[in-house]
Each structure stands twice: as C-alpha cells, then as structure tokens.
Design a protein around this ligand. Structure first.
Ligand code: PMP
Length: 390
C-alpha cells in the first residue's frame, strides 16, 4: 500500500542533523549522566496556580467539546493582550485558539499556500519549518541569515527569492539564534512582502523573552495587518509546553477559514486547558517575568563567561532561551564539536548544522538547566574549545 507523497515527504531521508541529540538521549536512557543543553523547554514546570485553575475547570465540567474557535473569554483575552502590546485594533474575531504554536504553523501555511507554491523561511530555522511546509504540499525555500549580520536576514537575500513566492515565515525572537529582529530588518521584510504580494507568517512564540531591544510584531507595520498571520503560544511564555495551547491572530476573513479548517482537523482545544490559559494570561506580566527570569539570568552568565576567553564567539543573545556559539576557531564543524563534547564530557548541545546551512561552525546551547550546572557545563565547553584551538 502506498502512502501519500504529502506525508512521506514531510521529512526527507538521510541525516537530519539531530544525531547528537538522539545519541545523548540514548546515553541518558542507558543511565549515563548527560548534561542536556539541547531542547527548548524550561527546567521549571507549569505554575501550580495554573494547574489549580485547570483542575477547577475540569472538575466544574469543562470537559466536553469546547467551542472550536476557542472560548469567547480566551479569544478576548488573547486579542486584548495583542492589542495592548502592538497597538493594532484586535478583537476576538481576529483570533483562533489552536493546540499550540506548531498546529498554528501548519494551519497558517495551509491557509495561504496552494500545492506546489513556494513558501519562504529563514535559515537558521526552527527544526519543523521545512517539514511543516512540505506537509501541506508547498515547496520550502530557505533564505540565509548570516552570523556576520547577527543572524538578521538582509533585504537583498529575501529579495532574491521573493518573486513568485506565496508566503514568508519569520521568527523573532529567534530560535535557534537568539536574535531579535530590528525595526529596520522588519521594515525591509514588510516592504518585500508588500512589493511581491507575499503573506507574512510571524512566529512570535518567544515574545515574552526579550533581553535586548524590543519585540516588534510586523502586523503593526503600515499596510501589514491584512497580510500577516501571527503565531502565538502559551508554551514558552507560561511554561505550558505540554498543555498544547496557542493561537493565530489575523484578519477576520482569514480566521473564518481557519475555523473551518479547525472544525475538520483538531476540533478545538480542551476547555479546561483554555480556562487554564485564560487564568495564566489574566495573571499578567508578573507570571511571565517569573517564567522568563531564569533565561535572563543564564544569558548574563553566558555573556560573562564568554568574555573571559576569545576562542568561542557568541552571537548577541537578544531574546529566547538559546545561545548560538561560533566555534569556528577550533577548526571543527558544529557537528564534530558537539559529538566530541558529548563523547568526552557528556555535554549535549545542538550542532548549528541541525538548523540549516547558515549556522554551520556553530553550536546552539539551550539555557535550560539550573544556573550552577549551566555555569559548570558552559565553562567545560569553553575549556574544551580552547584545548582544540591550541
Ligand atoms: N516556533 C518556535 C520557534 C519554537 O521554538 C517552537 C517550540 N520549540 C514552536 C514554534 C512550537 O511551540 P508549541 O507548539 O509548543 O507552541
């Protein structure tokens, strides 16, 4: 029996650059003491008060089918949050609640791309991007953003691929690079989208994790609100990765069609999860700050340790929970560096090559273990790099 091309082509065969990660997990499962600086997940769990709200909602009977577009209260809360942060008029009709940001990425591409259309995205990229695009039958086209430019995409590089493309997916604050796109970068992106009539899909799941600069949602730029689909999530902002709750914010006509898609795919998000998300959003910025504080601290630790040596170069960690480190001075590829670091010191990192081609010769460190262990692991990594360079 033959499966569809759509599903069998989501991920191409061969190396996916995640071998170091799989090896680290296998070692860990076999009982080895591996320090994992790999996955973008908090070392804290969902706040007990959010779990209490979830429990109370479920006990109260919100366990049946929930409204497919999302509960009115949660759609309103998300709309208010977005309007407050961006100044763009936003109502519940602009919001669809989704089972996390990943489902939103799939749905947004499904909404704007036909089979065979070209969907652009920026390299280095979050692991699922090309597969998500292939999964809806479109053609992924990467646009490189170079380390020399702080991983900010340049207008000229986008322009090269813009002609005939249907959509462009961007992510700021960025995983895996920690870059926060500047207003100039976003203006240039918006300009290209307008000139070439391209939909912009803006993945803003790290919007509460800003260490330098400010988060600017491109939906707020002139003439962009009607061609932008914003992807948001409670995963990173509220340590709710396992709850699977996020949203899409766009023009109400786009949302109408996306609700229809949701009716025929997910059939909504559990009511008690939505009530928990509503509670969490109503707690406002103190809770968001509490969740993001560990990364702010570890970003400082990273910068302080990097400043003690001159072999490993850090790209500016302006946002999110990652440090992208340039290890080219060791003469190793990111892949070889990560492999050796795992074999010799049982420290697992992600080779830059796992995120495309533009971050070759780099490794991504997720700042997702406690401060003391993180400091120790990073120091070992820097000493290891120094030995190699020598
Ligand atoms: N976008 C980016 C850039 C991410 O890093 C992630 C998760 N690592 C997601 C989207 C998806 O997150 P979720 O589905 O948990 O909302």
């Amino acid at each position: 029996m033959k499966l569809s091309n759509r599903i069998t082509h989501i991920t191409p065969g061969g190396s996916d650059g995640w071998e170091v990660f799989y090896k680290a997990r296998a070692l860990k499962n076999a009982g080895a003491a591996v320090t994992e600086l790999t996955i973008g997940e908090h070392d804290i769990r969902t706040h007990p008060s959010i779990l209490e709200a979830m429990h109370a909602s479920a006990k109260g009977g919100h366990t049946g089918y929930a409204a497919v577009p999302g509960t009115q209260a949660l759609r309103e809360a998300v709309a208010t949050r977005i309007q407050t942060r961006t100044g763009v008029a936003t109502g519940p009709e602009n919001i669809l609640i989704t089972p996390g940001g990943q489902a939103a990425l799939f749905a947004t591409h499904n909404a704007v791309c036909n089979e065979g259309d070209t969907a652009l995205f920026i390299d280095p990229y979050y692991a699922t991007y090309p597969g998500t695009i292939r999964g809806i039958g479109a053609k992924p086209q990467a646009i490189p953003a170079y380390p020399e430019n702080g991983f900010q995409p340049r207008a000229a590089d986008i322009e090269k691929h813009a002609k005939g493309a249907t959509s462009l997916l961007i992510n700021t604050p960025n995983n895996p690079t920690g870059a926060v796109y500047t207003p100039e970068t976003l203006q240039a992106i918006a300009q290209t989208c307008i000139e070439h009539d391209i939909w912009l899909i803006s993945d803003e799941v790290y919007d509460t994790q800003i260490w330098d600069g400010t988060h600017l949602s491109p939906r707020a730029l002139p003439n962009m609100a009607d061609r932008t689909l914003v992807v948001g999530s409670m995963s990173k902002s509220h340590a709710m990765t396992g709850s699977r709750v996020g949203w899409i914010c766009s023009h109400e006509d786009v949302i109408e069609h996306l609700i229809n898609l949701a009716t025929h795919t997910t059939y909504g998000v559990p009511g008690y999860i939505q009530d928990a998300a509503l509670f969490a959003l109503n707690e406002g910025s103190p809770l968001e700050d509490e969740v993001s504080a560990p990364f702010a601290r570890r970003r400082k630790i990273t910068e302080a340790l990097l400043a003690t040596q001159n072999i490993v170069k850090g790209s500016p960690i302006s946002g999110a929970m990652y440090a992208m480190l340039d290890i080219r001075a060791t003469g190793l590829s990111g892949q070889d560096f990560a492999n050796d670091l795992l074999d010799i010191h049982q420290i697992a990192t992600m080779p830059g090559e796992s995120f495309g081609t533009a971050a070759a010769g780099h490794i991504r460190v997720a700042m997702t273990i406690d401060d003391e262990a993180y400091t120790k692991a990073l120091q070992t990594l820097l000493d290891f790099a120094k030995d190699h360079a020598a």
